[in-house]
Design a protein around this ligand. Structure first.
Ligand code: EPZ
Length: 436
């Protein structure tokens, strides 16, 4: 584990390219196991969650090579169906292997997944949908033993909530199931479409349209090459980093259409955006304005993954912003840390009321989860004085070379390793819950 020391007040300026999407790459890598072929996945970010997924693929018997943002997975000789508990616990997305393993071998033994500590994250929607394919699931001591002796049968699933992970698991189970599967109220996130595009390149027959997904099961899939889409959350993060430091930036290799739910809020807060087909230029105002209300929603609404980051923007905006978190029940763990930096925030259940102040002040803070860490780094970038952000291993799950990229734009950030972090924890007396 490491910590970041940030000297605030530097204006960010420049030009960068956006990394590939973590949340696309993860299910696509799981899909490589289903494919039973050799797949080349390009534009994969180098992140700890990607490493965790590669370790799962290897444990299942795949040959995996990761070089220069391309991962080659050869699953032809893989025969595993069991994921070791410690690998499952590393991240939430490990649950996506359920559909892929069952689709391939009709038997999967996994345990309940880990992930960021952002409240209860049940897998009931995944399990009830998987059972509809004719799979029997026995759960004992946190281990799920899933079997389908007769082969998976296509089915109709109506999701009570458009869960991203459950939609992806159903797609994976359905791709080679017998017959047709329909998902109603499916997640519409670009990452879901990217998974479908990859599987279609491998010979699947998946059609996604406005929350309805039809999958005609095929007998087998074949290897293919695929470019992972740019990471819309990382892209928005850099726009926000520019916004809090009153900078100007050109962000390249992006798909602006994926940020449709975010642009209106940046616009309301006074940022000038020039949007091209694959790039976005942002010019921040001298002081951000409040946004009346930011309310997280499934795609194409405002993403929950940007809620913490926009809380930092609201902290220094002129006026009061109301933030409503509708997706996760406990995603305000960054708030107590922002309070240490002088922020004026009151939370009640899923609502945060943020009264903007002219400037935050540097403090020792501790990362709480992936996007929460990012909110704290952005707060450090615009704060007066020095901010030390501890436990930034969370950050490394989702952002490739984050501190180096910010430094290239003009930020003053130094990464140091664990020994210093322990000292820092003593100083702050911080007692945040440890997360995987
Ligand atoms: C994905 O998580 C992302 N993770 C999350 O990104 C993102 O925050 C989330 O979608 C929402 O956009 C990956 O893609 C790897 P959900 P996922 O199933 O699939 C409830 C990040 O920072 N639910 O759409 O786990 C659930 O508790 C991460 O990159 C059930 O109740 O999200 C939550 O309240 C964090 N039962 C809501 O649905 C279920 O069986 C949304 O979850 C499944 C979900």
């Amino acid at each position: 584990m490491a910590l970041l020391t940030i000297n605030g007040g530097r204006v960010l300026n420049g030009e960068i390219e956006c990394q590939g999407s973590k949340n696309s790459a993860l299910p696509i890598l799981a899909a490589c196991f289903l494919v039973r072929g050799k797949c080349e996945i390009h534009n994969c970010p180098k992140l700890s969650d990607i490493e965790g997924t590669i370790n799962i693929l290897k444990s299942l018997g795949c040959d995996v090579v990761f070089e220069q943002n391309t991962i080659v997975v050869d699953s032809r000789n893989a025969s595993g169906y069991e994921i070791p508990e410690e690998l499952m616990h590393e991240m939430r997305s490990s649950i996506i292997f359920l559909g892929a393993i069952l689709g391939r071998s009709g038997r999967a033994v996994i345990s309940t997944p880990g992930g960021c500590d952002i409240g209860l994250r049940p897998i009931d929607l995944h399990l009830s949908a998987i059972k509809k394919f004719g799979v029997e699931i026995n759960e004992e001591h946190g281990i799920l033993d899933c079997k389908c002796n007769e082969g998976l049968k296509g089915t109709a699933v109506t999701l009570s909530f458009p869960s991203v992970g459950a939609t992806e698991n159903i797609i994976l189970a359905a791709a080679t199931a017998e017959g047709t599967t329909t998902i109603l109220n499916a997640a519409r996130e670009p990452e879901v479409t990217d998974l479908a595009d990859f599987l279609n390149a491998c010979g699947a027959k998946i059609h996604c349209s406005s929350g309805i997904i039809n999958i005609e099961g095929v007998k087998s899939l074949h290897g293919a090459s695929h470019n992972v889409i740019p990471d819309r959350i990382v892209c928005a993060t850099y726009l926000c980093a520019t916004a809090v430091t009153r900078g100007e930036m050109l962000l390249k290799s992006v798909i602006p259409a994926h940020l449709g739910g975010v642009f209106p809020i940046l616009d309301e807060m006074g940022c000038d955006l020039k949007v091209g087909s694959r790039e976005i230029r942002i010019t921040a105002p001298a002081r951000l304005k409040k946004a009346d209300k930011i309310s997280t929603q499934p795609y194409p609404g405002f993403p929950t993954d940007l809620q913490a980051i926009f809380t930092t923007l609201a902290c220094i905006a002129d006026g009061t912003t109301v933030i409503v978190e509708n997706i996760f029940e406990c995603r305000f763990k960054h708030v107590p840390e922002l309070l240490k930096m002088g922020a004026h925030i009151k939370t009640e259940g899923r609502v945060a009321v943020v009264e903007g102040i002219p400037c935050l002040s540097g403090a020792n803070v501790i990362s709480t989860d992936l996007r929460g860490s990012c909110a704290l780094v952005l707060a450090g970038l615009c704060a007066k004085g020095t901010t030390v952000v501890g436990k930034i291993n969370h950050l490394d799950r989702g952002y490739e070379n984050f501190d180096e990229t910010l430094t290239s734009l003009g930020a003053s950030i130094v990464r140091t390793e664990e020994a210093h972090e322990k000292e820092d924890e003593k100083q702050t007396g911080a007692n945040n819950s440890e997360q995987r």
